[in-house]
Design a protein around this ligand. Structure first.
Ligand code: FE2
Length: 436
């Protein structure tokens, strides 16, 4: 068998070290010590971490990199962001949406982010952004998996043409059903929107991803309806509740019932820590709520919980860099997940868990999976998050598609010149037992 690529001396996220990974025909054909060459390409991982690609299962590619157009979000709130997007929408051109999206995909690939689920607003009768992102999906397919969600930003029932447009978008190839029940006019209409959207998904055999309860209102309980409809339609394991920030503020007794209902539905949870921490709590004085959903408790209930980026330089968020380690870093802090196992789980929230939310096939570091992985300038997932470590090489189907030089500073200290990774940590040998 001709081997296209061997990556030598890798450390895997589960701690196994000193392994070679071989790829042939676009798929992993071996993960073991001392795989004999030759190969078309050989890379020395030098003991660094090799991870499956980063996955962002909640993003808005139609709005990305539009910061400041036509103006900035002065209040910093979700609602002003939605209003601002409404001002920009009629000004969009296909060319501009495509160019911004392609630029974003370049940033993503450079950071080892090779799969993105993007919501696309269907509340524009032209479906301009839908067609533009479908074109982008085809163009980037060789190097990035782009999955699109038909998202009725202005409300599935509240916007007069959203229901029709959502069906049109699905007919054109958008593959996931979206919704925004907390933005409908009433709680009852929010629940009704979920009943209809889940029915559409069941009829068409599609997945569901709902912007659900993205509010600080503890009585915003649409996730309850989402879980119930998931069970009713047999959609277990195919439905994601994105944001779920109202759960932060809910009554504890009610949550104890809700978590069991969510587990029964095998509901996927997508928290968006960068966005939740800046958009939620805006109506509070002090204390200010964090607004992140109850991530550790959801994980303890057996739910698949992923972290999404949501926004990058758009009407809702003026920062972001397509770096899922940045997202994991924020999620870890806001959820106070500082235990060793918890920090490793935060890494999974932007890799394997996010891949499960998207339903990615043949993902992961195992024989038979796609030859997709990222060489990171770190020893393990915790160090990768701590340093937001450099992505030294990004491999897709056994081909290196991005490289970044290692981060090293040249020092000129009196009597001690040398080279150092400015963020690196090394224990002092013999000082005390290493409990890490
Ligand atoms: Fe979103």
């Amino acid at each position: 068998m001709d081997i296209d690529l061997i990556l030598r001396n890798a450390t895997l996220p589960d701690g196994r070290a000193g392994l070679d990974i071989a790829v042939a025909g676009g798929r992993i054909v071996g993960i073991e010590r001392g795989i004999p060459g030759p190969a078309g390409t050989e890379i020395d991982a030098a003991g660094h971490l090799v991870a499956p690609p980063f996955v962002d299962c909640h993003f808005h590619m139609d709005a990305t990199l539009s910061l400041g157009r036509p103006r900035l979000n002065e209040s910093g709130t979700l609602l002003e962001g939605i209003a601002l997007w409404g001002e920009l929408k009629p000004l969009l051109t296909p060319e501009a949406v495509i160019e911004r999206a392609l630029r974003y995909c370049d940033l993503a690939v450079a950071q080892g982010l090779l799969a993105v689920r993007s919501h696309v607003d269907i509340c524009d009768d032209r479906l301009l952004a839908v067609d533009a992102l479908l074109a982008v999906k085809r163009e980037v397919a060789p190097y990035l998996d782009l999955q699109l969600v038909a998202f009725p930003q202005d409300g599935y029932l509240r916007s007069p043409t959203a229901a029709h447009n959502l069906e049109r978008a699905l007919d054109r190839g958008v593959e996931v059903v979206g919704g925004i029940p907390h933005f409908e006019r009433t709680m009852a209409e929010g629940a009704e929107s979920l009943r209809r959207l889940c029915a559409i998904a069941a009829d068409r055999g599609l997945r569901v991803d709902i912007h659900c309860d993205e509010t600080d209102d503890p009585l915003s309980r649409h996730v309850e309806t989402l879980a119930a409809e998931t069970v009713r339609h047999g959609l277990q394991g195919r439905v994601a509740g994105s944001h779920l920030t109202s759960m932060h503020s809910m009554d504890n007794y009610y949550v104890s019932k809700l978590l069991a209902l969510m587990a029964e539905a095998d509901l996927h949870v997508v928290a968006n820590p960068l966005i939740n921490i800046v958009l939620q709590g805006r109506h509070d004085t002090y204390p200010k709520r964090r607004g992140l959903t109850r991530v550790p408790e959801e994980m303890a209930a057996g739910l698949t919980v992923a972290f999404g980026q949501d926004c990058c330089m758009d009407p809702w968020y003026s920062l972001g860099s397509a770096d899922m380690l940045d997202v994991a870093h924020m999620g870890l802090h806001v959820a106070q997940m500082t235990g060793r196992a918890a920090m490793r789980t935060c890494f999974e929230a932007v890799t394997t868990h996010a891949a499960a939310v998207m339903g990615l096939q043949d993902y992961g570091l195992r024989v038979g999976a796609y030859g997709d992985f990222v060489l990171v300038q770190a020893r393990d997932p915790i160090e990768a998050i701590r340093l937001r470590a450099t992505r030294l090489a990004v491999v897709r189907r056994g081909r290196v598609i991005a490289r970044t030089p290692p981060r090293v500073a040249d020092l000129a200290l009196a009597g001690r010149p040398g080279r150092v990774d400015p963020a690196a940590y090394a224990p002092v040998a013999g000082e005390a037992p290493d409990a890490r």
